[in-house]
Design a protein around this ligand. Structure first.
Ligand code: ADP
Length: 244
């Protein structure tokens, strides 16, 4: 089916889930949710639910892979078989291998790897439920898990996907908007540095639309960043998300 054949905007000018064009899905962020790792976080954006767990800095195995001047950041993005309608194949798909790489590159740009030579830091991103925007939610969770593990970073990283549906630019696209929309653009930033650490575009945008889409993504990222900082503050003041 062609993208313009599917109505993604209702008669009242809102999106199918009732959101305005520039509105994020309900966002929940928690830090320190898992016990067995050095750092962890949970990010929920509507129906998209993602955990991140961090181990390290720890010894590299086999030892000859260790780098003398910095730590190695390993990243594994994985979608649970039950995270999508049709059971995802077991094992790592090509998509998961690609996403692991782009998430690693986004996180690498803020971590002071040179402070931990000859070690590795492992970041595991587990998508429990997927409804669009899982790579960016994974980056948001991953940077918080690194922070909880005490890994020094120049800034947190937050991400969101913007898109174009029925000719309109929208923030934080859901799976159906991704599938039947005209464009999907995941963006992640280190907000304090105003630096873009991930930018991908699937579909077509004009130059003007691209600029506006980037502005929309920045607006969403600032909202997520604010909540990331609040989640860290809650964690270290011992307040649970339910008490807020
Ligand atoms: P992102 O989740 O970062 O937006 P994609 O654009 O590749 O990444 O995927 C968009 C959405 O498509 C996912 O969030 C998920 O809801 C759905 N999806 C991805 N892979 C599969 C799959 N193997 N089976 C079913 N749905 C999938």
């Amino acid at each position: 089916m062609k993208s313009n054949e599917v109505k993604l905007i209702r008669e009242d000018g809102r999106r199918l889930d009732g959101r305005a064009f520039d509105e994020l899905r309900p966002l929940k962020i928690e830090v320190g949710v898992l016990e067995k790792c050095d750092g962890s976080a949970y990010v929920e954006l509507g129906k998209t639910k993602v955990y991140a767990a961090v181990f390290g800095p720890r010894e590299v195995h086999p030892k000859h892979l260790a780098l003398a001047d910095r730590a190695i950041l390993n990243c594994r993005y994985h979608m649970a078989s039950f995270s999508v309608d049709e059971r995802k194949p077991l094992g790592m798909t090509r998509r998961e291998i690609e996403l692991s790489k782009v998430i690693r590159e986004a996180l690498e740009s803020v971590v002071f790897l040179e402070e931990f030579p000859r070690t590795c830091i492992d970041v595991y991103i587990e998508v429990i439920q997927a409804d669009g925007g899982t790579r960016t939610a994974g980056i948001t969770a991953g940077s918080l898990a690194l922070a909880e593990a005490g890994i020094p970073m120049i800034d947190l990283v937050a991400g969101v996907a913007v898109g174009k549906i029925n000719g309109h630019l929208v923030l934080d696209i859901s799976d159906i908007e991704d599938k039947y929309g005209e464009a999907d653009m995941p963006v992640a930033m280190a907000p304090r540095l105003n630096s873009i650490v991930l930018l991908q575009l699937n579909g077509r945008l004009t130059g003007e639309e691209f600029k506006n889409a980037l502005e929309l993504a920045k607006k969403g990222i600032m909202e997520i960043y604010q909540q990331q900082r609040e989640a860290l503050r809650r964690k270290y003041s011992g307040i649970s998300a339910e008490e807020v």
